[in-house]
Write a protein that binds this ligand. Sequence first.
Ligand SMILES: Cc1cn([C@H]2C[C@H](O)[C@@H](COP(=O)(O)OP(=O)(O)OP(=O)(O)O)O2)c(=O)[nH]c1=O
Length: 190
Amino acid sequence: MSRLILASASPRRLDLLARIGVVPDAVDPADLDETPLKAERPPAHAARLAAAKAALVAARHPDSYVLGADTVVGAGIRILPKAEDEATARRCLTLLSGRRHRVHSAITLVAPDGTARHRISTSIVAFKVLTAAEIDAYLAGGEWHGKAGGYAIQGAAEAYVRFLSGSHSGVVGLPLFETRALLGSAGLLG
Ligand SMILES: Cc1cn([C@H]2C[C@H](O)[C@@H](COP(=O)(O)OP(=O)(O)OP(=O)(O)O)O2)c(=O)[nH]c1=O
């Protein structure tokens, strides 16, 4: 059987794959420019980056299957950044407070013959109105670091989520329904 490479630095994605009994033969993250294109919509951005990550890593592993993923938080047509500093996370939470947003998680599987399969999961998440004290407390916890939209639903932030429709695993970073479908269609599941 061909090898499976996970093109991601996210430990959550490795954990989520393990939940469906999949252990990749290697993890080889893609490092690429994640700047949105001009007027790029959130789902198109997620799909483009998942495909680009998988393609970049596939070039290093010509005889393997390569799975790439990307998670984007969209508020209307805006793409929220991945929070690398507290000020960015604060801006994201202030924007998300009391409103619905979408989380798009795209995945791409590149086969050894170079063909690429794609799936996307879109979830709707609504946060309660966040008080200044709640935002301060959340920021102090540090869970926002490196997360799209400045929060991690798998941690304390879920207590602020009054509504979720879609895929919890998709919000965390790897939609398991779509991932199973993709791996299954490639014959990679037992
Ligand atoms: C909204 C949300 C995002 N996230 C994470 C998932 C992703 O890891 C991250 C979005 O950034 P991504 O660019 O999708 O992924 P990454 O940089 O962590 O890893 P790689 O590009 O190597 O695959 O935000 C959560 O963990 N929980 C959440 O609730």
